[in-house]
Design a protein around this ligand. Structure first.
Ligand code: G3P
Length: 202
């Protein structure tokens, strides 16, 4: 199992790359952990540094999940792509390069799902986008996508008798929901910030 252990390690290291920190510090001399929600992720980068930086972080954070999940193909292993992506998700939330304090793993999980489970990726991204258009809250959209993903993967597991996605994605969805507990408090008290979608430029 040497190859698989190697894949797990590389996946974790890839996931640990803190793009929000790197792009913020190198491009803008700003530590996004000291602004906005303080979260080291795509949403907070959009919030603090704007569209260009946010888009780069989204691509970086999704990209590292995607690449991590594809590692078994690269190394000729028959390890499941979904399993190979999990260490990257853990790395994003607990990065070795940023004192183990990372983000909420929404974008990185999306990258893993895109590579490992494309139809399921479409289900959760559609849920995310529809919720975002209606509520304008990224956190609520992430939680809605997690809940719909949870129900979908349980139904799929039972119908297709394919247990691996269920075993991996149920804890992942719960993990993402738990990571959003401070957002949930803010949503309930009406203080969660909204995204200025389709705002006209002046
Ligand atoms: O990407 C994480 C998102 O769902 C919430 O981020 O910064 O609003 O806590 P944030």
């Amino acid at each position: 199992y040497l190859t698989e252990i190697f894949i797990v390690l590389i996946s974790y290291v890839l996931g640990s790359i803190p793009f929000a920190l790197i792009i913020g510090k190198l491009g803008y001399r700003v530590d996004v952990r000291e602004h906005g929600s303080g979260n080291l992720g795509t949403t907070n980068t959009f919030r603090v540094l704007g569209k260009r930086a946010g888009t780069l972080v989204l691509l970086g954070d999704m990209g590292k999940g995607l690449v991590a999940a594809l590692l078994p193909l690269l190394f000729g292993s028959d390890m499941s792509l979904l399993l190979a992506g999990i260490p990257a998700i853990i790395g994003h939330s607990y990065p070795v390069f940023a004192k183990f304090k990372g983000g909420k793993s929404v974008a990185t999980s999306a990258g893993v799902l895109l590579a490992a489970f494309p139809w399921f990726f479409l289900v959760v991204v559609t849920t995310f986008v529809v919720t975002l258009l209606v509520s304008k809250m990224v956190s609520l959209s992430s939680m809605a996508a997690s809940v719909v993903g949870l129900v979908t993967v349980i139904a799929y597991g039972i119908i297709a008798r394919d247990w691996l996605p269920l075993i991996v994605i149920v804890p992942l969805a719960l993990f993402i929901i738990i990571k959003h507990r401070s957002n949930w408090q803010r949503i309930r008290s009406g203080t969660e910030p909204k995204v200025p979608l389709f705002q006209k430029r002046k």
